[in-house]
Design a protein around this ligand. Structure first.
Ligand code: ATP
Ligand code: MG
Ligand code: MG
Ligand code: MG
Length: 469
């Protein structure tokens, strides 16, 4: 069996052998785009190259890029544990041509890699193309010899990529693996109720046009290529598994939580073990790249992911903080390729332990309140927004954690009511401030404090006042 680490190596070696410069993964916090929460695709570090603002490091490049899809435009947080293919942290394997080769060579490189180097059964592969892209259709016929029924034309934006309303854009072609039958589907109402029979493994983007105001206005003088393949997805295919959580890396992480908790991952508990393993990876890698838990922005996304994992540890019966004790297993699995992870290990462990110790002081009480408040609710019921706000304000439950906690029971949360309660509290704080006789100028500071930091409760023992001015 090829390990995930071997597959990453095979991918990079293949493209190095085809004259690609191997770029190291960029940090998860984008240096070149303040509007992005996290790097969510392999092309992000090259964005300015594709738009012409920076010159390319080489005509062709390849990388295994760390990605987080847990906030902002790309958010798979609610999929994790429910689908067989979504993670919040994953590695995107990609090859890039900066005005060098184009569609024909890109399809050839991808097809040869998956069928020859990685040895996938070609009968199980199929592709989608953008509905008007006859050129891609003809190339898939010619290079891969795919029959008509395995080249599916898609007319939606899913198969058309654009940097934004203005700039380079072009059709995509996605390679799917057909497992033959669906994996046991997710719970009713989840994104994968029908299971994952066809799993997208690789996305090829053919940047060939320029658009202005969302309209194609011309062609790029030198078209480019951007591709992305999920390492964990290709690893699951190669390891004969229909679920990214069944790959070697995840098995090792789940074995670690099983042995620390004395709880076998099966039936009821498997989803919690999976969520913990996934969230361990995203939180650890984010901290290794300098993000620390806070009550705003990226730091709050990090804290939310941590707390979600900590609730699952609690569900599995953890009596003490768990997450920091799983870090050694993660470093064993991934530290060789990502030395920043090994370097940051003390920081990651201390931060996780402190956060979990603190959250555990209110978690239990919060969950009890949640149980009481929902005891009378049947499936399809809704938790009042007031209660969700109380959980947030008094017990440190991020809104999405409450939602996640009730999802398995088919109970929703009144989001509008939550927002009203939040706004009311802010208004009250503002009025108290005004009434305190503070100078008018101080109100400016209040505005800033309100914008920059939330007033989320952070635990009775908290000595620092986080995120507030
Ligand atoms: P899907 O439709 O399955 O959500 P996507 O079209 O959103 O995938 P892309 O943006 O095309 O994904 O990303 C390129 C590749 O990265 C995908 O083909 C897939 O292999 C992988 N990938 C995307 N999202 C995830 C995720 N959340 N976890 C693991 N791998 C992912
Ligand atoms: Mg997606
Ligand atoms: Mg897709
Ligand atoms: Mg895609």
């Amino acid at each position: 069996m090829q390990s995930t680490n071997d597959i990453r190596r095979a991918f990079l070696d293949y493209f190095a052998g085809n004259e690609h410069y191997i770029a190291p993964s960029a940090p998860l916090v984008p240096y070149n785009d303040p509007t992005l929460m996290f790097v969510a695709a392999g092309m992000v570090p090259f964005k300015n190259v594709f738009t012409g603002l920076e010159s390319p490091p080489a005509p062709r490049a390849a990388s295994s890029q760390k990605c987080v899809r847990a906030g902002g435009k790309h958010n798979d947080l609610d999929n994790v544990g429910y689908t067989a293919r979504h993670l919040t942290f994953f590695e995107m394997l990609g090859n890039f041509s900066f005005g060098d080769y184009f569609k024909e060579r890109a399809i050839e490189l991808a097809w040869n890699l998956v069928t020859r180097e990685l040895g996938l059964d070609r009968e199980r592969l199929m592709v989608t193309i953008y509905h008007t892209d006859d050129q891609a259709h003809d190339l898939w016929r010619k290079i891969a010899g795919l029959p008509e029924d395995k080249i599916v034309r898609i007319a939606t934006k899913d198969n058309f990529w654009a940097a934004g309303p203005d700039g380079p854009c072009g059709p995509c072609s996605e390679i799917f693996y057909d497992y033959g039958s669906p994996v046991a589907g997710g719970p009713p109402g989840s994104p994968d109720e029908d299971g994952d029979r066809f799993v997208e493994i690789w996305n090829l983007v053919f940047m060939q046009h320029v658009q202005a105001n969302d309209e194609i206005v011309g062609d790029l003088p030198r078209p480019s290529i951007d591709t992305g393949m999920g390492l964990e997805r290709i690893a699951s295919v190669m390891q004969g598994q229909q679920n990214v959580f069944e790959t070697d890396t995840f098995r090792a992480l789940i074995e670690a939580s099983e042995s620390l908790l004395g709880s076998a991952a099966d039936g009821e508990t498997i989803a919690s073990h999976r969520v913990i393993a996934d969230h361990l990876r995203s939180t650890s890698f984010l901290m290794a790249d300098g993000v620390l838990p806070s009550n705003e922005g990226r730091g709050y996304v990090l804290r939310r992911i941590m707390r979600r994992a900590m609730r699952h540890a609690h569900l599995l019966g953890a009596k003490d903080p768990l997450m920091h004790r799983l870090v050694p297993a993660l470093v064993t699995e991934m530290g060789a390729h990502y030395p920043e992870l090994a370097r940051a290990r003390p920081l990651i462990q201390e931060t996780l332990e402190r956060e979990e110790t603190r959250f555990r002081q209110t978690l239990d009480k919060g969950l009890r309140l949640l149980d009481e408040e929902t005891a009378g609710l049947a499936e399809g019921g809704e938790l009042p927004g007031e209660t969700a706000f109380k959980l947030y304000d008094t017990y440190g439950f991020p809104y999405d954690l409450t939602e996640d906690a009730l999802r398995a029971r088919g109970i929703g949360v009144d989001k509008a009511g939550f927002d009203v309660a939040m706004a009311r509290q802010k208004e009250a704080a503002r009025a108290a401030w005004k009434g305190s006789g503070a100078a008018a100028d101080d109100e400016i500071w209040f505005d800033i404090a309100e914008r920059e930091g939330s007033s989320e409760f952070t635990g009775y023992t908290s000595t620092e006042v986080e995120g507030r001015v």
